[in-house]
Design a protein around this ligand. Structure first.
Ligand code: SAH
Ligand code: DHB
Ligand code: MG
Length: 229
């Protein structure tokens, strides 16, 4: 296909897709603004990705979702919409300020009753959830400190059931995933964490996974999506 006639960029296309496919969502736009105004980093999923998470939740029929990495609650809100009023989202966040902004955003979107924000290191929270021995989770969205991705995936397999879905954000990182990172730098440790997560998805017989690269307002990155066997 000859695409040389267009000067469009992935960012332009994201804007086009949002305009065509997403209803105007003042609450969702306000949630982003509130997070940015509070000084939170601009690293939430994009609008089209957020809606993808909602639809995936609905496609899976997921009613119990576990999110790792809340930030200002932007992806959380999409997941909460996906599970519907009878569903439930547990979301893990280390930073009290992020959790506070998220709580405000969830309330403004009217989904606060179906979301529990657990403040603390997600590894501890997941250990507590294992000890609590509740109903299995139907879908996981792993999007926090990438160094722990492999642990989060292992724990998700224990907290899920056959058929549960595992989604991992940021598995491409502008292609950085291809090379072992320098363990002495933050960026290197991050990419090594992403790589170990992909290794678990590829080698653990309890999970069957693929990954899709994405471009758009968030640059070149990707999601891994797996199912627990
Ligand atoms: N899912 C969000 C973005 C999450 S950004 C969205 O798309 O809208 C990653 C978040 O994970 C940050 O808020 C960060 O504070 C949090 N985080 C980092 N390390 C963590 C840890 N060990 N436990 C829990 N949360 C952590
Ligand atoms: C970045 C993006 C993310 O989705 C994330 O979870 C962490 C960092 C980034 O663009 O730096
Ligand atoms: Mg992310």
């Amino acid at each position: 296909m000859d695409t040389s006639a267009t000067s469009a960029s992935p960012v332009d296309v994201d804007k086009f897709l949002v305009e065509k496919l997403l209803a105007p969502e003042p609450e969702m736009a306000a949630a982003r603004r509130r997070a940015h105004d509070a000084g939170l980093p601009h690293i939430e999923v994009s609008e089209v990705q957020g809606k993808f998470l909602m639809l995936l939740t609905q496609i899976a029929g997921a009613k119990r979702v576990l999110e790792i990495g809340t930030l200002g609650g932007y992806s959380t809100t999409w997941l909460a919409r996906g599970v519907g009023p009878e569903g439930h989202v547990t979301t893990c966040e280390y930073e009290p300020l992020h959790a506070r902004v998220a709580a405000d955003n969830l309330a403004a979107s009217g989904v606060e009753d179906r979301v529990e924000i657990r403040i603390g290191a997600a590894l501890d929270t997941l250990d507590s959830l294992l000890a609590e021995d509740g109903e299995p989770f139907d879908l996981f969205f792993i999007d926090a400190d990438k160094e722990n991705n492999a642990h989060y995936i292992d724990l998700a397999i224990m907290l899920g059931r056959p058929g549960s879905v595992i989604v991992v954000d940021n598995v491409v990182r502008e292609g950085a995933v291809l090379e072992e990172g320098d363990p002495l730098t933050d960026a290197g440790r991050l990419v090594n964490g992403v790589r170990r997560g992909i290794d678990v998805l590829g080698s653990n017989p309890r999970v069957d996974a693929t990954a899709l690269q994405t471009v758009g307002v968030k640059g070149w990155d990707g999601f891994a999506v797996g199912i627990i066997r």
